[in-house]
Design a protein around this ligand. Structure first.
Ligand SMILES: *[C@@H]1O[C@H](CO)[C@@H](O)[C@H](O)[C@H]1NC(C)=O
Ligand SMILES: *[C@@H]1O[C@H](CO)[C@@H](O)[C@H](O)[C@H]1NC(C)=O
Length: 447
């Protein structure tokens, strides 16, 4: 016991005397000490440090990282760049996912790294980094031919994109069993039927497969598989577990189907004819190349309204690739969409069309039938449905008096009667109002 006390006392004395000496150190001495330690802290050796699973690279360890990692994704960032900061947690998570999958001692894996381009001017110059973040993939230690990252900046997006670069982008299916299993495993699959794998069409197919990382691709040259799926010459078939089940695109030499055309074919046909508006589908809807959207608002608990879907789907088929058909259930969390279109729950069933380029909105007046829908959609595409329709709708909303207070156009109520002969003002208002829609979309897709 006594021994302990003594020990504590000794330690205390030692500590105090140490502190005293430290305090007594002259400013000159401290400077000298710092000068000594500073370069040591910053010294860039070939060692590779990691920050939360992301390798921190600089001019001295860059080459080493390249040679030790078969697939190395490098983000060139700047500390002040907002997009880079936004990406950071995503990048870190993706790095963790990929690192976790890697087996001990294996160099075949994928690694994520970052380079502070503001600090590492030499590297930034070498790769001509002009904007932030710039993300490049280096493979097989090749320093000179990185490819630009073209995937989505989400965890899933990064992981999928990287994996697609390394493995075969299309599974080779040489038996009918392999083909049917492959097709049945996925909701949507794209199968390339080619008589030989040595052709321009196959190259196009593979380059599309490489880019569309969210799709599953297969390829076959087997006569047996051709026969089973009744294919006679080179073609791409999209199989899906909904709507028409299968869509074919002939890609024989004469057709000259390019990368762009094939991409559009796959994008268009992999979408459901009628897409439900919800968070999971936001990417599909707002990432689509089709910018005319028809929206059917229904209350799904009302059978009469639900049955409108049949007619809606019929018409959707005629406009595939030209108009997206979206269904919005007003019993869901969609008040922001209703508000944007100046509707309330009680207005269902209702049909609106919006062109997301011009942000013009159109309302279908009267009964909703396959015939009126058909005429309405065609009219909007042809430009024959004009603003007067919009104006009429506004008046009918006003009369019904239900939604107007909650509508985004509230401020315009008093001047409304004078708008009717002045469609330009109306148009302006619509555009202003549409900003809300766009913001919601961005938020949705960002999530
Ligand atoms: C396939 O479609 C079903 C029904 O729409 C859906 O529940 C499921 O999540 C989908 N599976 C995949 C892998 O997308
Ligand atoms: C949907 O319809 C049911 C039955 O008419 C009604 O009780 C319910 O309030 C409606 N839901 C909405 C969100 O309007």
């Amino acid at each position: 016991m006594r021994f302990c006390v003594v020990l504590v006392a000794v330690v205390l004395v030692l500590h105090v005397s140490r502190t005293e000496t430290a305090e007594e150190t002259s400013p000159e001495q401290t400077d000298a000490a710092e000068q000594e330690t500073e370069p040591e802290k910053k010294e860039k050796t070939t060692e590779i440090e990691e920050e939360k699973d992301v390798m921190v690279l600089h001019i001295n360890n860059f080459q080493r990282a390249l040679s030790e990692n078969k697939f190395l994704l490098v983000e060139f960032y700047a500390p002040w760049c907002g997009h880079c900061r936004q990406l950071e947690p995503v990048y870190v998570e993706a790095a963790g996912v990929l690192k976790g999958e890697r087996k001990e001692g294996e160099s075949e894996g994928y690694r994520l790294a970052k380079v502070d381009a503001a600090e590492e001017k030499e590297l930034a110059e070498e790769y001509d980094v002009g904007s932030f973040p710039t993300i490049k993939l280096f493979t097989d230690g090749d320093r000179n031919n990185p490819i630009d990252f073209t995937g989505k900046r989400t965890v899933q997006g990064i992981v999928q994109w990287l994996k697609r670069r390394s493995g075969p982008s299309a599974v080779v299916l040489e038996t009918t069993d392999a083909a049917s299993e492959h097709i049945s495993l996925h909701n949507v699959t794209v199968l390339g039927f080619f008589t030989s794998l040595e052709s321009e069409e196959v190259k196009v197919f593979y380059s599309v497969a490489m880019e569309m990382v969210d799709m599953v691709f297969g390829v076959t040259t087997s006569p047996e598989v051709f026969q089973k799926y009744e294919v006679k010459n080179n073609r791409v078939v999209l199989f899906k577990k909904f709507d028409e089940g299968r869509v074919d695109l002939s890609v024989s030499e004469e057709e000259k189907v390019g990368k762009e055309e094939l991409t559009v074919f796959i994008r268009t046909n992999s979408l459901e004819l009628v897409i439900e508006f919800n968070e999971q589908n936001a990417d599909k809807i707002f990432g689509s190349k089709v910018h005319t959207h028809t929206l059917l608002f229904i209350n799904s608990t009302v059978q009469e309204q639900k049955s409108l879907l049949t007619e809606y789907s019929t018409v959707a088929r005629d406009f595939r690739g030209k108009v997206l058909f979206i269904i919005i259930d007003v019993t869901g969390p969609v008040s922001h969409v209703l508000k944007y279109f100046g509707l309330s729950e009680g207005d269902a069933p209702a049909v609106r069309i919006i062109n997301t380029d011009t942000t013009k909105k159109f309302a279908l007046i009267g009964q909703i039938t396959a015939a009126t829908l058909q005429t309405f959609c065609q009219g909007v595409l042809d430009g024959t449905v004009k603003m007067p329709h919009g104006a009429v709708t506004v008046r009918s909303w006003l009369q019904s008096g239900r939604s107007w207070q909650r509508s985004t156009l509230t401020g315009m109520t008093s001047s409304l009667p004078r708008w009717t002969p002045r469609p330009m003002r109306w148009r302006e208002c619509l555009c202003l109002a549409s900003l809300h829609y766009d913001t919601t979309l961005l938020e949705k897709t960002a999530r």
